[in-house]
Design a protein around this ligand. Structure first.
Ligand code: NAD
Length: 354
């Protein structure tokens, strides 16, 4: 078992990686506990849940709303939840975000912990203390920074994870290696096929490494005023591709990372050989490394990115494998990068000129 401490401003949090779910009871305080999960996990794991009240939400991004949170508040009222109750969110990133937000806001904050069941939740969403819901088409617009007391990341859950969800976690794992750890990148190169097959030992190592990298960054900058921005490597374009449609989060981030690497090469920061290594690894992990896109729609989605500040965008570039730096670029400059990198972004739907 690996134990990683996160020192957050609100409280310290412990992330436990390995064969840890069967010891859930050990991590719960004495007193009442309520589990929040989603309909899929409830169907698959009903028998494995602790014998406590279970609240279930719908699945998918459409369930990540204030209405869902209101439903949870109402159920908590019915259960006479008071401030002594401990909440356990058990699920993928959506459950972690929604349960964390409901717990952090009900009666001004209940104690809570998370059991992260998807690869993305284990390497990213469950860790770092951010939670929240979408509003009016904007992702994660409403939420809080509140650290869970614990996060359990047990590879045992991943055996039932739908295959198309694996890419989302793998893309974030590669991202963590690229921004902070050349040794981890080399390890993924050695074990790419086992990572893809979710071999429990390889996954446990990659989840642990990812959590350590994210924890170190979050520990220095919980509220994303500076260094935490490096976690957005590949995400500036990634979010725009996702918003423009047709890409899962992992696919969009994968193309976004290749794009950022290509921009870094063009700016003379990254060796072309390093970019080629990145592309080869992503291909072995069956992640896309180029996309056909409507550049206008992507640029439009970029304009709506809530992470931009005024006319500037923080774009993470690479100085080598394992080394990232945040650059401030104007929207205009970013648009120019989009049209320059046609090996990564092939334009489609260009209107014929009159
Ligand atoms: P998700 O929670 O929708 O889970 C994906 C699907 O897999 C769901 O249908 C879920 O029911 C199912 N599932 C989860 N674990 C399973 C298991 N072990 N077996 C079978 N099915 C399982 O999506 P996700 O990819 O885990 O998370 C995406 C969300 O995370 C997004 O809303 C994103 O905004 C959020 N996120 C948050 C942070 C953060 O810092 N708070 C970071 C990254 C992503």
């Amino acid at each position: 078992m690996q134990v990683i401490e996160i020192i957050g401003a609100s409280r310290a949090s412990r992330v436990l990686v390995g064969d840890v779910y069967r010891e859930l009871a050990r991590h719960l305080p004495a007193g009442r506990v309520v589990v929040i999960t989603d309909e899929n996990l409830l169907r698959l794991y009903r028998q494995e849940l602790p014998p406590v009240p279970v609240l279930s939400i719908g699945s998918g991004e459409g369930a990540k709303t204030l209405e869902t949170v209101r439903g949870l508040y109402e159920s908590m009222l019915e259960l006479e939840v008071d401030r002594s109750v401990f909440i356990v969110g058990l699920g993928g990133g959506i459950v972690c975000d929604v349960a964390g937000f409901a717990a952090a806001t009900f009666m001004r904050g209940l104690r809570f912990g998370l059991v992260a069941t998807s690869l993305l939740a284990q390497v990213d969403a469950g860790v770092g203390g951010k939670n929240g819901v979408n509003l009016e088409g904007y992702k994660n617009l409403v939420g809080t920074f509140s650290q869970p007391e614990f996060v359990l990341c047990d590879p045992w859950f991943l055996r039932s994870l739908p295959e198309n969800e694996v890419a989302n976690g793998l893309a974030e794992i590669v991202k963590h290696a690229l921004i902070a750890d050349a040794g981890m990148f080399a390890f993924i190169e050695e074990r790419a096929e086992q990572a893809l097959a979710l071999d429990p030992d390889v996954v446990a190592r990659l989840v642990g490494d990812s959590v350590r990298i994210k924890a170190a960054v979050v520990g220095r900058d919980e509220r994303e005023a500076g260094v935490r921005r490096i976690l957005n490597f590949g995400h500036t374009l990634g979010h725009a591709l996702e918003a423009a449609g047709g890409f899962s989060h992992g696919e969009a981030v994968s193309v976004g990372m290749v794009f950022a690497a290509a921009v870094s090469v063009r700016r003379g920061r990254l060796a072309p050989a390093a970019r080629d290594r990145i592309v080869r690894l992503l291909e072995r992990l069956r992640l896309p490394t180029a996309a056909e896109v409507d550049l206008e729609r992507v640029a439009e989605a970029l304009g709506k990115d809530k992470k931009r500040s005024g006319e500037a965008i923080h774009m993470v570039q690479l100085g080598g494998i394992g080394q990232a730096a945040v650059e401030t670029v104007s929207i205009e400059e970013f648009r120019r990068f989009l049209s320059e990198e046609q090996a990564v972004l092939r334009p489609v739907g260009a209107r014929p000129r009159r």
